[in-house]
Design a binder for this molecule. Structure first.
Ligand SMILES: [Zn+2]
Length: 244
């Protein structure tokens, strides 16, 4: 057990409580002593993907552990909604077109990022690794999306204006009245057919600036997995925001 003393000893301190079982995995458990807490309070820690129990004075650890373990389902549901943050660091795993890739820092490598057999090798100084990888992901997203958008627009006999790649929280893509298309760079982490659907959706707006049956007929013409992709985005879309 590791003790971390707070500025005001005795009032507020965190204790490493080991791990608890969450689904098929073990997750970290932290106890927080709180001099003024009246009851046990359970929450999740998105940084660790574990559980934190706030303890009123006099609570023993076994009771607190049981309190957390009995609420396993609640913790899992909560963590599902606020997924663990995955930093772009050496040794972390990030998806690229839906396939997990290991981040491998290779300081002296030529070039910036090289993708090889589900490994992303990144050169340069460690403090630049996250930015380099994000920049690379953005350029990969631009490349994939631009190719697909051009081909799909041609299918509809339409032309799109500028394509912008952004870090949007609320939408995966959008299409303006002037025909410019915006996409989230995070789509490059989604499976191929999900990215393809989002491009199809926005390109179809070049023909129909609405969500009418006619619009959806255009989307179906441009993408094979419309329903499956919508479902994937609903279920897993927020997870794409946990990376980097
Ligand atoms: Zn739309």
């Amino acid at each position: 057990m590791i003790w971390r003393k707070s500025a005001k000893p005795g009032r507020y301190e965190s204790v490493d409580g080991g791990t608890i079982k969450l689904g098929d995995a073990q997750a970290s458990l932290t106890f927080r002593h709180h001099a003024r807490a009246r009851r046990m309070i359970l929450r999740t820690d998105p940084k660790t993907g574990g559980a934190v129990v706030t303890l009123p004075p006099g609570t023993d650890y076994e009771t607190a552990r049981q309190f957390a373990q009995e609420r396993e389902g609640w913790l899992l549901a909560r963590l599902e909604r606020t997924p663990k943050v995955v930093e772009f660091t050496d040794g972390a795993s990030v998806p690229y077109l839906g396939t997990p890739h290991l981040i491998c820092h290779k300081p002296d490598m030529r070039g910036t990022v090289v993708r090889e057999h589900e490994i992303l090798f990144i050169s340069g100084r460690p403090e630049h690794l996250a930015r380099r990888l994000r920049d690379w992901m953005k350029s990969e997203a631009r490349r994939e999306i631009t190719q697909r958008a051009a081909a799909k627009a041609a299918t509809l006999g339409k032309r799109h204006a500028r394509i912008t790649i952004r870090d949007t929280r609320s939408r995966w893509g959008s299409c303006s009245h002037s025909g410019s298309l915006n996409f989230s760079w995070r789509l490059i982490m989604a499976p191929d057919w999900v990215l393809d659907y989002v491009v199809a959706h926005e390109v179809a707006h070049l023909a129909e600036l609405n969500h009418s049956p006619r619009f959806w007929a255009q989307v179906a013409q441009l993408s094979d997995d419309v329903e499956r992709a919508c479902d994937w985005l609903k279920r897993h879309g927020t997870k794409l925001h946990q990376y980097g």
